[in-house]
Design a protein around this ligand. Structure first.
Ligand SMILES: NC(=O)c1ccc[n+]([C@@H]2O[C@H](COP(=O)([O-])OP(=O)(O)OC[C@H]3O[C@@H](n4cnc5c(N)ncnc54)[C@H](OP(=O)(O)O)[C@@H]3O)[C@@H](O)[C@H]2O)c1
Length: 325
């Protein structure tokens, strides 16, 4: 991991602001220190991908969730690369920057226009929604609503278009998240859907390998300020509605102060992240065009990348101590 870290960091770790975590070791009371680095400082990692690419030719790709955010930019970028792009839109035409300006691609709100296409090279399952809330504050309806779009939507769309992709020996690119690799407090409704997308993608990749279809997962870090996934106004609206629906006993036990702090943490999170989505668009483009696409892409800043490595590779007792407790 040290070698990978060195390769990813263009500046020495010693130059970054750091925080020291002290551990007391068992009964002998020995103190040990662990250093980790502030998320506010770190730039977004830009990875250079292998550049052996398949010619785009007249290949067709379907991207879901193109009304805004990553999907909107992706549709336009892939079109500029020469793809015939079917841009899945909910068709809520809102302003200049929404789906109404996707005139040069093929906005579609049903599957028929894509199904009639002679071949489909790529499917990008990008559509998604998010919410927040501790487990006790989150209703079953909310869990189901988020899963319906993020998880079952991905499964449903993939199953619909897999015959076309399979015949073309094409690509499936699923949008997961850093929250599909590590869980976090107040994020269970979103995390469980993205962990599901990861598992679904792995199963699909194994099954499709002998058939020549390549399946990749893109796991963006925090780009909240660049997309419409969240806004401080939306956080406040969700919080107001959530508090009204929280069972009386939970309200009494947890208290309004704790609830408000949770919502404030989330609002604070929304003001962070990268405004430049190029690393996500590059990752999806590479997954669709490279002769050797990666299984997983990590367009995220160093803070989240290091946290993902620690949570993935170290025992839970250690990663919990660093990031949660
Ligand atoms: N932004 C981040 O920091 C971040 C980080 C990790 C992963 N992601 C993932 O990236 C993907 C794109 O999100 P984004 O950040 O670009 O957010 P976004 O701007 O809100 O885009 C999500 C898109 O999905 C569409 N959508 C929502 N519900 C849908 C439904 N039921 N059927 C079809 N389309 C639907 C939205 O349409 P409307 O706008 O019309 O509702 C919108 O076009 C999501 O899967 C998200 O989980 C985002």
């Amino acid at each position: 991991m040290a070698t990978m870290l060195t390769a990813r960091l263009s500046r020495s770790l010693s130059q970054l602001p750091r925080k020291t975590l002290n551990f007391s070791e068992g009964e002998n009371g020995t103190r040990r220190s662990l250093l980790f680095y502030s998320p506010s400082f770190v730039p977004v990692g830009r990875r250079t991908y292998a550049d052996s690419v398949n010619p785009v030719g007249s290949k067709a790709v379907l991207v879901t969730g193109c009304d805004s955010g990553f999907g909107f930019s992706m549709a336009k970028h892939l079109h500029s690369k020469g793809f015939l792009v079917f841009a899945g839109c909910l068709m809520k035409v809102r302003d200049e920057s929404s789906s109404s300006s996707l005139s040069s691609v093929q906005p579609c709100d049903d599957c028929s226009s894509v199904s009639s296409c002679p071949g489909l090279w790529g499917l990008v399952n990008n559509a998604g929604i998010s919410t927040f809330g501790d487990v006790e504050f989150t209703s079953m309806e909310t869990y189901k609503e988020v899963a319906e779009v993020n998880l079952w939507g991905t499964v449903r769309v993939t199953k619909s278009f897999l015959p076309l992709i399979r015949r073309a020996k094409g690509r499936v690119v699923n949008s997961s998240s850093i929250m599909g690799r590590l869980a976090n407090v107040s994020r269970s409704p979103y995390c469980i859907t993205k962990f599901g997308v990861e598992a679904f993608s792995d199963c699909l990749r194994y099954e499709m390998h002998p058939l020549g279809v390549k399946v990749s997962v893109v796991e963006p870090g925090n780009f909240i300020v660049a997309t419409s996934l969240y806004s401080p106004e939306r956080i406040r609206a969700i919080a107001t509605q959530m508090w009204e629906q929280v069972p009386e006993a939970v309200r009494r036990d947890c208290g309004r102060k704790y609830f408000d702090e949770m919502a404030a943490r989330m609002e604070n999170f929304c003001n962070r992240g990268s405004a430049d989505t190029c690393s996500v668009i590059d990752a999806v483009t590479h997954a669709l065009t490279s002769t050797t696409p990666y299984t997983r892409y990590h367009p995220m800043d160093y803070y989240w990348w290091v946290r993902m490595q620690i949570v993935t590779h170290l025992p839970g007792a250690i990663s919990d101590r660093i990031y949660i407790h």
